[in-house]
Design a protein around this ligand. Structure first.
Ligand SMILES: [Zn+2]
Length: 133
């Protein structure tokens, strides 16, 4: 599988402190999953990596962003997990409704505005039944 790359964070987008690549035990108390994370040295923002790589899963996320991302997944995932729509198609429909390219349609990449917009779309019942022209 080809992993879509997101730029490696160097400076925190929230507090401008340095970002370090470290063990995620600094977040969870012990190593969890693939064990690696990019972590801001100045605030609680962090992001995990794709297993076996140093490629971040998305942008550095603070608590607010992590919360919004979680809300999106809670609304989005049941559509494809419940086999109402194929996963790929679900992303295509969401991308279309957000007016973004489908290869940029990853919740981990979204900024706050886009997450809020996605939340509004995903709150609509049967949002995945949208027509794609
Ligand atoms: Zn920070």
């Amino acid at each position: 599988m080809r992993i879509a790359g997101y730029p490696i964070p160097v400076t925190c987008s929230y507090c401008s402190s340095d970002v370090i690549y470290t063990s995620n035990a600094v977040i969870y108390g012990k190593e969890y999953g693939n064990g690696r994370v990019y972590k801001c040295t100045g605030c609680d923002a962090y992001v995990g990596v794709h297993t076996g790589t140093d490629i971040p899963l998305g942008r550095l996320a603070n608590k607010e962003l992590r919360q919004l991302k979680k809300q999106c997944h809670t609304l989005f995932d049941p559509a494809w997990k419940g086999k109402k729509v194929r996963r790929r198609q679900a992303y295509s429909i969401l991308a279309y409704k957000l007016s973004i390219p489908v290869n940029e349609c990853h919740f981990g990449w979204f900024d706050k505005d886009l997450l809020l917009k996605a939340n509004e779309i995903l709150k609509q019942p049967n949002w995945y039944k949208g027509e794609i022209v």
